[in-house]
Design a protein around this ligand. Structure first.
Ligand code: BV8
Ligand code: ZN
Length: 252
């Protein structure tokens, strides 16, 4: 893959780097992307139908079955070279923050130390009534649903559902970084879900260097400073090798 000298310079000079990611960055870890996840018995559901408070109130069993299925897919997933390359950016001495839409926890598993989970985390349960965090092996009720050990309320996955606002602090950090980062990566996202999808635009409008990595075209192609058309698992390690031939730790 060829990288423009201006891209390599911008990356080497960056003091603050934001890395905005979507399901595509976990695809090479065997975690199906959001669009691909609706397969098999879930093919008749759109993700937007299952990932809503209304769907959970209407049919908590089905929604839990879907999250348990996704958890099974993610449980043994390992970070791929894209996650590892992103984590190794921290060795350059720049301030690196990952802004992820993914709920799989793979960025932290890869060693990234500053990860903002814009849409929550699939491994965190939350009580619908008292908002207390569940502790993983919650008691099940007669319908097999996990119950809160504090108030007996129904536990739900600790993710952000459609129609729910993003965690205040997470969103504030993301919006701030879109205006502050010298380099703003946009990796493996179709950028269709708001308000997260507008972050690369905010970075572009603040005159920042936006680098998109995606094998497909997205709405950000027009505004991105550089578009790397390929899979993140190949593009990111190659980009870091090109920017720092001696390894990211070798930066001055
Ligand atoms: C809210 C957690 C309001 C749950 C998720 C404005 C306009 C229109 C609609 C709206 C709007 N504002 C709000 C809305 C509604 C809605 C929305 O955006 N709907 C969309 C569908 C139109 N937004 C919301 O509801 C948000 N909340 O607005 O609240 C509010 C306001 C005030 C007060 C109260 C409420 C909440 C949205 C969050 C929903 N939760 N996830 C769960 O996971 O179960 S969203 C979920 O879907 C993901 O987190 C992610 O955000 C999105 C999926 O997108 P991607 O991750 O990009 O995945 P996708 O499969 O689409 O694409 C994969 C990409 O990777 C592709 O481009 C592919 O080419 C690429 N790829 C594939 N392989 C590779 C690769 N790239 C690199 N390497 C590879 N190997
Ligand atoms: Zn409770």
């Amino acid at each position: 893959m060829h990288f423009a000298p201006e891209l390599l310079d911008a990356l080497r000079q960056a003091r603050v780097i934001a890395v905005f990611t979507g399901a595509g960055v976990s695809a090479e870890s065997g975690v199906p992307t959001f669009r691909d996840a609706q397969t098999g018995l879930w093919a008749r559901y759109r993700a937007e139908e299952l990932a809503t408070p209304a769907a959970f109130r209407r049919d908590p069993q089905t929604v839990w079955k879907w999250y348990e299925w996704r958890r099974d897919l993610m449980r043994n997933a390992l970070p791929n070279p894209a996650h590892l390359a992103i984590a190794s950016l921290e060795k350059t001495g720049a301030e690196v923050t990952v802004l992820t839409q993914n709920v799989d926890g793979l960025h932290r598993k890869a060693g990234s130390t500053d990860v903002v989970e814009l849409h929550g985390n699939i491994w965190d349960d939350l009580c619908l009534e008292c908002r207390a965090p569940g502790d993983g092996d919650a008691p099940r009720d007669g319908a097999g649903l996990p119950r809160c050990t504090h108030c007996g309320g129904l536990l739900r996955p600790g993710v952000v559902w459609f129609g729910e606002s993003l965690p205040e602090q997470a969103w504030q950090r993301a919006a701030e970084l879109a205006g502050k980062a010298d380099v703003f990566f946009c990796i493996g996202t179709s950028s269709l879900v708001e308000p997260a999808a507008s972050l690369p635009l905010q970075a572009h409008d603040s005159g920042k260097t936006v680098i998109q990595v995606n094998p497909e075209a997205t709405r950000h192609d027009a505004s991105a400073s550089f578009v790397l058309r390929g899979k993140a698992g190949a593009a990111m390690p190659a980009l870091l090798r090109a920017a720092w031939p001696g390894g990211p730790a070798s930066s001055p």
